[in-house]
Design a protein around this ligand. Structure first.
Ligand code: WT7
Length: 650
């Protein structure tokens, strides 16, 4: 796979970073004067209401503060300020699952955001710092609500629409949300599905913090209305003024929380800042996607994930771009849906996950050839490593061997891209995220900071703070320090550890090798083993469980559960028990956490101190030879027993 693909220079007119010399110069500029260079970009890119007086404050590390003294408003940065030059330009193009289309110009978006912010403020008493949970489908009102919160300095927390009532409730309670914004439901594969009933169920218990539910109409299905609590967005918003004063916030004021899974315990509320976050969202939009004024850009993610936050809403709008929002699924009505949309909207940058590429490849190898995809310049991937077969098809069949593929490596916690090719500059090796972006000091090292030798696997760390980094875990600063600054040190100082392993080749190219912790990457989404296990344990007949990732053709990794039953005599039908367990997972977390497969075993491999040896379980499910030392196990014979059970089932 050491084949190198050079950018097709004719695809790019006036990119910000033209070649590797310019890349190196920029890296050097940051090296020479880290704070000064960040300060320069912050001054140039952000429309400040009050200029900042300090670039970086490290006094309370790792609680870093960026651009202190500065005041801004993120909604102004994304919408308001563009009215001067782009009022009639399309800001958001919406395409519904059912074929609905709607375009909002920057001026229309400005009015909608203002009306919505006024509604939140006047009707629901939302003020600076209040938390608002958004449980929304992929409709413009999701972006409008996020921006309305930003306009008021309220902190939004978007919960992915696929999460269950239970998961939604946990997040509402942890964030102490005052308002929940949702929709009746939306459409998927031509049929309506519902969201509001999930909110109703979530609010049945323990959510006293919630004062109101604001419901957007999307699919028009009948829903339950709780008098005095539920309000119809569409009727109320009409009466609000299209003018709304932005609430100025400090640079460090939290813009949003986004819950993500860790290796232990409950999901963590990752807290992002206003200035640092929006600066990097905008800069990476310009560098990595080479956004130009006439471009139409489409990222297929859901706003419920960080990719949707940074690269559907905040990044594109801060950069003044046209961003496409798609409600449906890429395979409906057929595997040509995406390519049809690329042709219709003349998409220039298309950004998706390897899992979608694998699925579209499998379902329609020849589909892309049926459409005119010549508008495409850049193809992006994110969320998990991309395998050679998927990469090649994406490059040749979708990109006509002309487009640059940007394999962007980053995380919910990093706010924006960390390691990625620059489309007009970086010679690409398939499957490689290539080099850290200028300003990002990403290093592969051992726990003590020694650089990992070329060709060997080490810890992927980011050794200097960067503006869009996570600020803390909501309500749990100790967990923040422990989760990210506990494992690796450089020059005696704790540095940010991503949780990923990585490898560098002799040319300095970085390949991400995947999580080193108990996090499973299902279709590019993080699932914590502890969370899934907690759900499985709720089944009456489960005595013990261990969940691991198992390679999956489409999803990258699927979830595999080893289950010890309390009473396996009475279980006549294992399939029935599996179904029951998955039903519990669905209601505790959501369909994304369903187990693809399970094995019922007499016991789990445990050390004498009772610790489950997950590494052995991971190797077993992959059919790998067991190289680990099993002599420390309480009962070493269990390994062979489990091996036999797995063989029998395959
Ligand atoms: C984890 C972060 C960042 C938005 C989507 C996922 C994995 C992410 C890549 C990539 C290999 C990748 C890592 C990371 N990951 N991008 N280009 N190549 N792995 O966000 O849910 O916070 O997950 O996704 O393991 O730690 P997330």
């Amino acid at each position: 796979m050491s084949e190198i693909y050079y950018p097709k220079k004719e695809m790019f007119t006036d990119p910000l970073i033209k070649n590797m010399c310019e890349y190196n110069d920029l890296v050097e500029e940051f090296e020479k004067d880290y704070e000064g260079t960040w300060g320069k970009y912050a001054q140039e890119k952000i429309d400040w209401f009050k200029p900042f007086d300090r670039v970086l404050n490290e006094d309370d590390a790792p609680f870093y503060k960026w651009f202190e003294g500065g005041e801004l408003n993120v909604a102004y940065q994304c919408v308001g300020r563009h009215l001067k030059t782009k009022k009639n330009k399309a800001a958001i193009i919406f395409e519904g699952d059912n074929g609905d289309q709607r375009t909002l110009t920057y001026r229309e978006l400005y009015y909608e955001v203002n009306r919505t912010a006024n509604l939140f403020r006047n009707k629901f008493n939302i003020k600076k710092g209040d938390r608002v949970v958004l449980y929304m489908p992929m409709i413009p009102e999701a972006a409008i609500s996020m921006l309305a919160c930003a306009k008021l300095g309220a902190i939004h927390s978007v919960v992915f629409g696929g999460f269950s009532a239970e998961a939604l409730r946990d997040r509402i309670i942890d964030a102490e949300a005052k308002l929940v914004v949702t929709a009746d439901g939306a459409f998927r594969k031509g049929k309506p599905y519902m969201l509001k009933p999930v909110v109703d169920e979530a609010l049945e218990e323990g959510c006293d913090c919630v004062e109101a539910v604001c419901v957007v109409e999307r699919n028009g299905e009948d829903i339950h209305w709780e008098a005095g609590r539920d309000y119809a967005y569409n009727e109320l918003v009409e009466n609000e003024s299209v003018q709304c004063e932005p609430e100025m916030v400090d640079s460090e004021h939290p813009l949003f929380l986004l819950y993500t899974s860790g290796s232990t315990g409950k999901p963590k509320g990752v807290q992002h800042s206003s200035a640092g976050y929006i600066l990097w969202a905008q800069m990476t939009m310009e560098w990595v996607f080479d956004i130009k004024d006439n471009d139409t850009y489409w990222c297929t993610a859901d706003v419920g994930w960080i990719t949707g936050h940074t690269y559907i809403v905040y990044g594109p709008l801060a950069a003044g771009a046209t961003t496409v929002m798609f409600e449906g699924v890429p395979t409906f009505p057929d595997a040509g849906r995406c390519w049809k949309m690329v042709e219709e909207y003349q998409i220039n940058q298309f950004y998706t996950a390897p899992t979608a590429i694998r699925l579209l490849h499998k379902m329609g190898v020849d589909e892309p050839a049926k459409y005119d995809l010549s508008s495409l310049r850049i193809l992006g991937t994110v969320g998990e490593p991309i395998d050679p077969a998927a990469w090649k098809w994406y490059y040749e069949a979708v990109g006509n061997s002309n487009c640059s593929i940007v394999d962007t490596y980053w995380q919910t916690e990093t706010g924006g891209h960390m390691i990625s090719p620059l489309p007009a500059a970086t010679p690409i090796k398939p499957g490689c995220a290539t080099f850290p972006l200028p300003g990002i000091v990403a290093e592969i090292m051992e726990e003590d900071g020694t650089p990992t030798p070329v060709g060997e696997k080490g810890f992927m760390c980011i050794t200097k703070p960067w503006p869009s980094m996570i600020r803390t875990i909501w309500n749990d600063p100790e967990r923040f320090v422990k989760s990210y600054f506990g494992d690796c040190k450089k020059d005696g100082k704790a540095v940010y550890f991503t949780g990923d392993g990585a490898m560098m080749d002799e040319d300095g190219y970085i390949t991400i090798t995947g999580r080193t912790d108990d996090v499973i990457n299902v279709s590019g989404h993080r699932m914590g083993t502890a969370e899934v296990e907690a759900a499985v344990k709720k089944h009456d007949n489960v005595a013990a469980v261990a969940v691991v990732g198992k390679p999956h053709e489409i999803k990258g990794e699927g979830i595999f559960a080893y289950i010890v039953l309390k009473d396996d005599e009475g279980v006549a039908d294992e399939l029935e028990t599996m179904k029951e367990i998955n039903t519990i997972i669905k209601s505790e977390i959501g369909a994304i956490a369903l187990c693809d497969d399970m094995a019922f075993v007499p016991d789990l491999p445990k050390t004498r101190s009772g610790k489950i040896m997950r590494r052995i379980l991971r190797s077993l499910v992959k059919g790998e030879a067991i190289t680990q030392d099993t002599s420390t196990l309480e009962d070493p014979s269990i390994v062979g027993i489990i091996e036999d059970i797995l063989k029998k089932e395959c």
